[in-house]
Design a protein around this ligand. Sequence first.
Ligand code: ATP
Length: 517
Amino acid sequence: MAQEDIFKKLVAHCKEYGYVFQSSEIYDGLGAVYDYGQNGVELKNNIKKYWWDSMVKLHENVVGLDSAIFMHPTIWKASGHVDAFNDPLVDNKDSKKRYRADVLIEDQIAKFETKIEKEVTKGAKRFGEAFDKAEFLKTNPRVLANQEKIDVLHKRFSDALNANDLEEIRQIIIDYKIVCPISGTCNWTDVRQFNLMFSTEMGSTAEGANTVYLRPETAQGIFVNYLNVQKTGRMKLPFGIAQIGKAFRNEIVARQFIFRMREFEQMEMQFFVKPGTELDWFDKWKETRMSWHKALGFGDDNYRFHVHEKLAHYANAAVDVEYRFPFGFKEVEGIHSRTDFDLKQHQEYSGKKIQYFDPELGESYVPYVVETSIGVDRMFLQVMAASYCEEELEGANGKKDTRVVLRLPAPLAPTKLAVMPLVKKDGLPDKAREIIDSMKFDFNCQYDEKDSIGKRYRRQDAVGTPFCVTVDHQTLEDNTVTIRHRDTMEQERIEISKLKHMIADEISFTKLYSKLK
Ligand code: ATP
């Protein structure tokens, strides 16, 4: 099936099974704003737990914070967001659709990359076991030609970005004949910069009111609390502050479901280090964060690092963790070496000394910072895209059957166990509820008695519940139940007394944590 179709199905699935709804749907929705339903909120909370524990619980020198969304407006002046938090936008004059100029060019690069991938697939087919991918990439003329196109475009694009040369960016779009997907034409306006921050008024009267911003990143809340945390926690360098919270960006184009939203959530950690050691820490956090992604078991080949063409004004190194979504490799997380830019700016704008006294050196300095920044919603989309699966099965009498199954990593699944009485009588529902009562303090359980057992299994597969337990007449005699495993569909008979232990082991976050580097 085409990847685009899979993505459409995934979006429909998210709605049908209570994961994600369009915000304000009964009023025809609000662009790029979404609500999480009864299952979505559980998955989201589990993703946040996975991140929070891996940062705060597993690192002695990382602590948490929950700062307010509204902050003093000067913070955004100091951070550079008022003047420079821009995206280059361009309109197609025929379709009247608006695009991010940089994204149009990145998509063009991705097209060349796809051509290379196709060559590799063909080569692998042709040469079978003898296929040497590294050699093929170095020698195949069509691969080399496409790689050359990528390199040339990359260079031109990053030069234009670094020089903030908007005319050149437009010229690239024209030269590469990048067309609007709606109108199919190359009839573009000039490229303009657009500030992504939302603002509102704080205070009761128009005259006395102050313009405040909805934060476009959670990081600044950490920087302005650096001294508070360092002093009250008696923190020694290196140490980190982690925070999960909402962020808001008035995105120009927001068409990829929860990939790009105007209201979203970030999980960010700022790690404060001694100047000169930041690039070592940058490498270390790159490795740590990649291992966090890979531990979920979605396939190591589906991840890659992407080094930034243009460094943000505050960074001396930056890399993205990209995941292979159904619409291609895209950023899920950014890892940035932010130097001492932010703390120095806040020192200057606030007039307060923001430094660290290094007892070993006997001197004070402004720490350097390495940041890891991941969107909860993009991570959610990654988990859903990796887990969604349509399977062909051998049905009864050799007939073909299909099932949709969400192969969610068990610790992340919204419901861990569905308990089903075989029939709605003979005391089976009471027994099922008894089992739920004995487990509900440990994990999320669901009681399900409607429809045939087969239909109930399918429903739980589609929601991603890793275990189903069926209570039948034998249960009343010998206290055993049938447990069915979502991924293998295998069933086994097990004593009720052993159930909790077995499930707890499979859904445990500890197992995931033990895989982390
Ligand atoms: P992009 O280039 O896709 O706009 P970015 O480089 O501006 O992203 P960062 O500022 O590095 O993103 O933000 C860190 C993380 O926050 C991103 O990796 C992403 O997971 C998440 N994020 C950023 N913008 C959005 C958004 N509009 N919707 C959802 N998640 C977002």
